[in-house]
Design a protein around this ligand. Structure first.
Ligand SMILES: C[S@@+](CC[C@H](N)C(=O)[O-])C[C@H]1O[C@@H](n2cnc3c(N)ncnc32)[C@H](O)[C@@H]1O
Length: 241
């Protein structure tokens, strides 16, 4: 089952298993563990796209339970939104929320692989991925796929957790991330090791130094970095020339 990955972490098959398992409790635990900051961060990502009320097409990759896609739909009533993930259970949750929000006409859900996007070059005005990049086995390829499907002049947004910063707050966060969250997550989701994987994947990805390089190497320009909540998470924004 295991295949080698670029970072010696989980294979795509193992990653998929993790998300199929945690899908049921994903939203609740996300809000709980981030003290609801995740909702604020996703709103920030949507605002950073600067598409509000402009229409256009948006692709949200690794959409999970669809919160970013839903936030785009709410902030921009004229936009056409496509949201992609490879986990059936995550997509089922997204579908239920999209139907409950009467947004089925506006958001198209697609089951697919972030590393081989089923879209033609230059298809979308905005392409986003939130908290998905670190879970991918080949991040370089992922960013180049995101850049490929963005239109010229389009925007690319990447939001991701960062390893604990070297500050007193970071020390506290380190304890929270490595001890409390995996313990509580595995307990509340009912699956041992799933949440331990999430914290390991956060610690293993130095986003602040790597993501701007990956974006620039993918041919993107005007790369901007925004530190969120004391450096727990980062938002990266770039344009396709
Ligand atoms: C941590 S969740 C993030 C979900 C959502 N974007 C959010 O902000 O909460 C990561 C998501 O990436 C998806 N994923 C991981 N690898 C993938 C791949 N190769 N192709 C498509 N989706 C993938 C998982 O199924 C999961 O739903």
């Amino acid at each position: 089952m295991s295949q080698a990955t670029e970072h010696g972490e989980k294979s795509p098959v193992e990653t998929k298993e993790v998300f199929e398992r945690v899908a049921r409790t994903y939203d609740r635990l996300n809000h709980l563990f981030s003290f609801n900051a995740d909702t604020r961060w996703r709103r920030r990502l949507v605002a950073a796209s600067e598409t509000a009320a402009e229409g256009g097409s948006v692709l949200d990759v690794c959409t999970g339970t669809g919160d970013v896609a839903i936030a785009f739909a709410r902030s921009n009533p004229a936009a056409r939104i496509t949201a992609l993930d490879f986990s059936e259970n995550m997509l089922a949750n997204a579908r239920a929320k999209i139907e409950a929000g009467k947004l089925s006409e506006r958001i198209t859900l697609i089951k697919g692989d972030a590393l081989s996007l089923p879209f033609q070059d230059e298809s979308f005005d905005v392409v986003s991925i939130s908290f998905g990049l670190r879970t991918l086995s080949d991040r370089r390829r992922a960013v180049s796929e995101l850049a490929r499907v963005a239109k010229r002049g389009g925007r690319l947004l990447i939001m991701e957790f960062a390893p604990p910063p070297a500050t007193p707050f970071g020390l506290l966060y380190r304890f929270y991330l490595h001890r409390l969250m995996p313990f509580m997550g595995d307990l509340l989701s009912g699956y041992r090791v799933s949440y331990s994987y999430l914290d390991t994947s956060i610690a293993a990805f130095p986003v602040a130094s790597e993501v701007p390089v990956l974006m620039a190497d993918a041919g993107l320009r005007k790369v901007e970095t925004e530190r969120l909540t004391g450096g727990i998470a980062y938002l990266f924004r770039a344009s396709k020339p």
